[in-house]
Ligand binder design. Structure first.
Ligand code: TYD
Ligand code: MG
Length: 467
């Protein structure tokens, strides 16, 4: 047995060095080198990894046959949408998310639904009994809510509680699954190196082993990954380079919904998002987020405006609520929930300076209903109109919506994919949509039943709404 040796690894980029360094020469970060005990990996393993890549000869691209049709559909429309139509054979996927957000629930639920496939679910965090208890909850829910749409889940799901990769591969050898799920990469370890599970070198080595396995056997592997305090995937950046697809599961824990985004996808678009709602019996797919995000409100409430935003390529209609009141203290208060605070200050300055609305002596509170964080600039016009509506205390019809960005001189600016937004507004039964004049030029208005209001400066919107 080789003598145990220790190396220093950069926790940012995975750079390896035999001595401690204050600054990583690879990525330039300070204080990121951490010591780990590593036993030199066996030469046989290294040789094997080389042959795995070098095993094939160059081919003409037109002669390479693709197997697009063989994607494993997960039967979960939202999950499939994010993946780009199902799981590609031989791919390595990483699902990241904060603890308790629902990663295990999502994967277990998906595994239970995939029909006619043999699936191995390896958990390093829960025992078989605990997985079964969770599955029972999900299973019951599925049958109750979707009795008509899904027949009884018919997948062969095997569960095992195991943390050593060599053992996992033994199980795989014996079982020959069509899909392997590892919950989570931080809890598994390989015997070829000595450091503890969850350390940088272990994560890197295990990820590489699973990648090699996936490529050689064409069995897709789904890894669960933890997220650090800063919101990054725990582990070295190299892990994200190795995997084919990085999915992130996120959401506000105080609200029920969860967004599944793809940050990297070698086999599909990263613009798609999946929306779920966490319920007592598992995750429910949300096919129409707008109906869900728009509150059923009375006509006579001032300070509300609906924004036609996009998350990736998916239209989402979001309600913006503002409250403008006279400042009680010397300094007026501003607060924004789900919206960039500095952007709110900027919009207020624009309304104050360029358009002559006296907001300097007012408290302004802004809230994006539903607990979402919106970064699409197309929400600007809705934010401005909701503030003005609260300021003059005149409600905006809930059947109006807005899609435009605001410029520093009070001009209403065009936004991306405006036809997409208009089509969705039309479909949802809105009466009017306010867009920038510069956007409206390129739109074929006859296509839509909805009235398209073109504005070029904020005063025009103000006059049209409140005059
Ligand atoms: P879990 O999948 O264990 O999270 P992760 O694997 O990302 O750490 O989900 C845990 C949370 O989900 C937990 O706080 C409870 C909630 N939950 C439900 O609300 N309903 C359910 O049916 C299940 C299984 C979990
Ligand atoms: Mg979990």
């Amino acid at each position: 047995m080789a003598k145990a040796k220790s190396y220093f690894f950069c926790s940012e980029c995975g750079y390896q060095s035999s001595s401690w360094l204050g600054k990583c020469p690879e990525c330039g970060k300070w204080n990121t080198m951490q010591e780990e005990v590593v036993q030199a990996s066996k030469p046989a393993a290294a040789a094997k990894s080389r042959s795995a890549v070098g095993g094939s000869l160059p081919k003409l691209i037109r002669e390479v046959t693709t197997s697009e049709t063989q994607r494993i559909a997960t039967r979960c429309a939202e999950f499939d949408r994010v993946l780009g139509g199902g799981i590609v054979p031989g791919s390595l996927l990483l699902l990241g998310g904060e603890p308790g957000i629902g990663k295990s629930t999502l994967l277990l639920q998906t595994a239970l639904r995939i029909p006619d496939r043999r699936i191995l679910y390896v958990s390093g965090e829960e025992s078989e009994q605990q997985i079964k208890m969770r599955a029972d909850r999900l299973d019951n829910g599925d049958q109750a809510t979707a009795a008509g749409t899904h027949d009884k889940p018919s997948s062969d799901l095997y569960v095992v509680s195991e943390t050593v990769t060599q053992r996992i591969f033994e199980h795989v050898e014996a079982l020959k699954p069509d899909l392997l799920i590892i919950d989570s990469i931080q809890t598994v370890c390989t015997e070829t190196i000595d450091s503890s599970a969850g350390s940088i070198s272990q994560i890197r080595e295990c990820t590489t082993e699973f990648q090699r396995f996936a490529k050689e056997s064409a069995v897709p592997v789904l890894l669960v990954g933890h997220i650090t305090k800063e919101g990054n995937l725990a582990g070295p950046k190299v892990m994200e380079h190795i995997v084919d697809c990085v999915l992130q599961f996120e959401g506000d824990r105080n609200y029920g919904y969860r967004l599944l985004r793809s940050l990297k996808n070698r086999f599909g678009s990263t613009a798609e998002i999946g929306i779920f709602e966490m319920q007592g019996d598992g995750l429910r797919e949300v096919a129409n987020p707008s109906e869900f995000l728009l509150s059923q409100r009375d006509e006579n409430l001032s300070g509300c405006a609906v924004a036609a935003t996009l998350e990736g390529v998916r239209p989402m209609f979001i309600e913006v609520q503002s409250l403008v009141s006279s400042a009680v203290y010397g300094t007026p208060q501003r607060n924004a929930n789900g919206f960039d605070f500095r952007r709110l200050s900027m919009l207020l300055a624009v309304l104050e300076k360029r358009c002559g609305f006296k907001l300097g002596a007012k408290d302004v509170f802004l809230n994006i209903a539903g607990g979402l964080r919106v970064s699409d600039p197309a929400i600007d016009l809705a934010v401005c109109c909701s503030i003005l509506s609260s300021n003059v205390d005149i409600p905006i019809s809930p059947r109006f919506c807005f899609a435009a960005e605001m410029g520093l001189s009070g001009e209403v600016r065009p936004v991306a994919r405006v036809e997409h937004r208009i089509a969705e507004a039309d479909r949802l039964g809105f009466e009017k949509i306010f867009v920038s004049k510069y956007n409206a030029r390129s739109i074929n208005k006859k296509r839509f039943g909805i009235e398209i209001v073109e504005v070029s400066v904020i005063e025009e919107a103000f006059r049209s709404l409140f005059a």
